[in-house]
Design a protein around this ligand. Structure first.
Ligand code: ADP
Ligand code: MG
Length: 683
């Protein structure tokens, strides 16, 4: 039978059932698994001279055995083997613990190489490995040794030899998959060579080149896979095709009392071009808080309505639903478009009438909370679904709403004010189209952010007095207490008490935390919106997207406990009106990382920049709070650290794909690879 990289590893000499089990434990089942089981680090085993030795550091030395080796026994089963080794200009002591059998390999006046840890004070090396006879001393010309993930019963020596064997027997089957032009553009070594040099690097530089090749290849193939998949989806003509009248849309845009920003215009064009297509749109709209996403969504709804479809806008809270309903109703005044609001508080009778109008097609746009996904909410012809603050909904909730399109798959626009770091956008969100709103509407005054230590709290309170006396409103954000919401609430209450004592005689102080019921929270938020509350003490439960233009001052206590993205979200509650706004971070960070975060917050108000910084400072695992980050796993590449390569690889894949489609015959290995790895793609 023909050899294949998919052959079980047991075809190799010396891999019996027992070893196969152990190999299985570290994920090695096939030859391919074995050859791609790369070391996670390397040890420098190059021979050092005496002057190059560093205390407490591992190194190899070559010398002449100067004294007969002696084994001394001590304790029960313990012993040490010692001898002196003459290096070029110095004699050092060598000790091997509990390996008395090595003695027979060591004879005076013989040249040997010892790898071990150097202890400067005692002028000795604690041996780890011995290269004794002349043959081996001469063989030991490599400078680096690979260190692998192992398991009990599986030694480095065994694994290294097995990989060596595997490479000898199968190396020729490792295919060059990367298009030659890309390989050349980046001066990448052959893939085959890269795999070899990962295990048995000749030099540090060879190893570096191997990693470079592997990283690029992994990220390029990953990008190819995602984009291929996206392309295929775009060929399925099952979507609601929104053939709106361009003049009607332009006329509506004319009625909007402000000029769209260039960013808004571009994004509207992008989305509307997709809406006209027969495939189902699957698009993410990212825009910082206040960048004007709602208007964009509204224009798209008008396009859908004009083409005879209905729209649905789902938002995470009642307050937000009302806010959107109110503002869109105003824009729709003087148009024939009918908009309705459906939430958990909609009265039974009104709800019944609304649902009847909805299925009749008399309602053009339905705005609401997850009340929209109830089974009896049925549309006549749903063409566009917009999900605001999309991360606040579960996958099921989102797909349930999308499933309400009876005739064709409705187009979906997800919106988020939490900018997604570029790295994640390319990886996790890779199969979506992404639109971005980067600029803010004109006339916004940037929020002024400062960072103060706790001992300056008095001055912060002084500034706060000034703002509320001028008629403005304030947010106080309480520290994040990881352990429990109950503790957090308790702490918030205590902070509330101090502000109530200080300001309560002249202003109304309010409290908001996660232990309150939804109704209680809504009524506090409503009071704050009405300026019945001037100072709001709150945990992070304050709603994303809530618009209180009169709020101009935010204090974030123990700000260093928050991540950058979260701080940015919180800060976005102020600076939404015509007044200058301020955000004060109160923190005594203990770590450099904490200090750095405070400095970055003071320096930047760019949510996209902050989210990428956040990811880099915290690492992907922490960023998501769990190990299951959804980030794809690569063998060598790290999508966060190798962001630059990721970006390049993605662009290359994007440009290459259309050409590849027409010229597959030129790339048989790539075609095979894609076919081989597409199996789980439609999961
Ligand atoms: P977000 O992206 O946070 O959802 P919104 O859509 O709520 O932002 O917009 C914030 C505010 O800015 C709203 O009051 C909206 O009417 C206003 N706005 C949106 N676009 C513009 C624009 N081009 N010029 C002026 N104001 C705008
Ligand atoms: Mg919004």
């Amino acid at each position: 039978m023909a050899r294949s990289l998919h052959d079980p590893v047991t075809v190799l000499k010396g891999v019996g059932g027992k070893k196969a089990e152990l190999l299985d434990k570290v994920g090695i089942r096939t030859i391919e698994d074995l050859l791609y089981h790369f070391p996670f680090r390397y040890e420098d085993v190059s021979v050092k001279s005496a002057s190059e030795l560093v205390d407490n550091t591992k190194a190899s030395v070559k010398g002449i055995v100067a004294t007969e080796p002696v084994v001394q026994y001590f304790g029960k089963n313990r012993n040490r083997l010692t001898f002196k080794l003459a290096l070029d200009y110095e004699v050092i002591q060598v000790i091997f613990f509990n390996q008395p059998y090595l003695k027979k390999n060591i004879a005076a006046n013989q040249e040997i190489v010892v790898y071990g840890k150097y202890e400067a004070a005692k002028q000795q090396i604690v041996g780890i490995k011995l290269f004794s006879n002349q043959q081996h001393v001469d063989d030991k010309d490599k400078d680096f040794e690979a260190i692998y993930h192992l398991t009990q019963g599986l030694s480095t020596k065994y694994l290294t030899e097995l990989i060596h064997l595997g490479l000898e027997a199968y190396e020729d089957l490792i295919l060059e998959v990367l298009p030659e032009e890309l390989q050349e553009r980046y001066h990448l070594v052959d893939h085959k060579r890269a795999v070899h040099q990962m295990h048995f690097p000749d030099t540090e530089e060879d190893n570096r080149q191997a990693r470079r090749q592997l990283k690029y290849q992994e990220l390029f193939l990953y990008a190819m896979k995602l984009q291929w998949q996206k392309l295929q989806k775009r060929r399925i003509a099952n979507g609601a095709q929104i053939l709106y009248d361009n003049h009607h849309l332009r006329d509506f845009i004319q009625t909007i009392p402000f000029e769209l920003t260039d960013g808004q215009k571009a994004v509207v064009n992008e989305i509307c071009a997709d809406l006209r297509q027969p495939f189902q749109m699957n698009r993410l709209l990212q825009g910082d808080v206040g960048s004007g996403k709602t208007v964009v969504a509204m224009i798209c709804f008008v396009a859908a309505i004009d083409a005879g479809f209905q729209g649905a806008l789902m938002v995470p809270t009642e307050i937000l639903a009302e806010q959107h309903y109110k503002s869109i109703s105003e824009f729709f005044e003087g148009t024939p478009y009918r908009v309705a609001l459906l939430t958990g508080s909609t009265k039974t009778k009104a709800r019944r009438e609304m649902l009847a109008d909805l299925i009749n097609g008399d309602i053009d746009l339905l705005i609401g909370t997850h009340a929209l996904i109830q089974d009896d909410v049925l549309f006549a012809d749903l063409g566009l679904v917009v999900i605001d603050e999309q991360h606040r909904f579960g996958v099921n909730q989102r797909s349930k709403l999308v499933a309400k399109g009876e005739h064709a798959a409705p187009n979906v626009l997800y919106m988020t004010a939490t900018p997604i770091p570029r790295t994640l956008e390319i990886t996790i969100m890779g199969d979506m189209d992404v639109s971005k709103l980067k600029e803010m509407p004109k006339g916004r005054i940037p929020i002024e952010t400062s960072w103060v230590r706790h001992n300056k709290q008095d001055q912060v309170d002084q500034l706060m007095w000034r703002e509320v006396r001028n008629g403005r409103q304030v947010y106080i954000i309480c520290p994040l207490i990881g352990e429990s919401e109950a503790l957090e609430a308790k702490n918030a209450e205590a902070i509330y008490e101090t502000y109530e004592a200080q300001f309560g005689s002249q202003f109304n102080v309010g409290l908001l935390h996660g232990q309150m019921s939804a109704d209680e929270k809504d009524s506090v938020m409503a009071a704050y919106k009405n300026n019945d509350i001037q100072i709001l003490v709150s945990t992070t439960v304050i709603e994303v997207g809530v618009n209180v233009p009169n709020a101009t001052f935010m204090v974030i206590l123990d700000a260093d406990r928050f991540g950058l993205a979260q701080l940015h979200q919180l800060r976005g509650r102020v600076g939404r009106g015509q007044y200058a706004s301020y955000c004060v971070l109160v923190a005594d960070p203990r770590t450099d990382n904490g200090k750095k975060r405070m400095q970055i917050m003071v320096a930047s108000t760019d949510g996209f920049y902050l989210s990428q910084q956040d990811l880099e400072l915290r690492g992907a695992g922490d960023y998501f709070g769990t190990r299951q980050s959804g980030l794809p796993e690569f063998k060598v590449a790290d999508p966060v650290e190798d962001g630059v390569i990721l970006e390049l690889a993605r662009e290359d894949a994007m440009h290459f794909l259309p050409y590849f489609e027409g010229n597959q015959i030129q790339y048989p290995n790539l075609v095979d690879w894609l076919a081989d790895h597409m199996g789980n793609m439609h999961a």
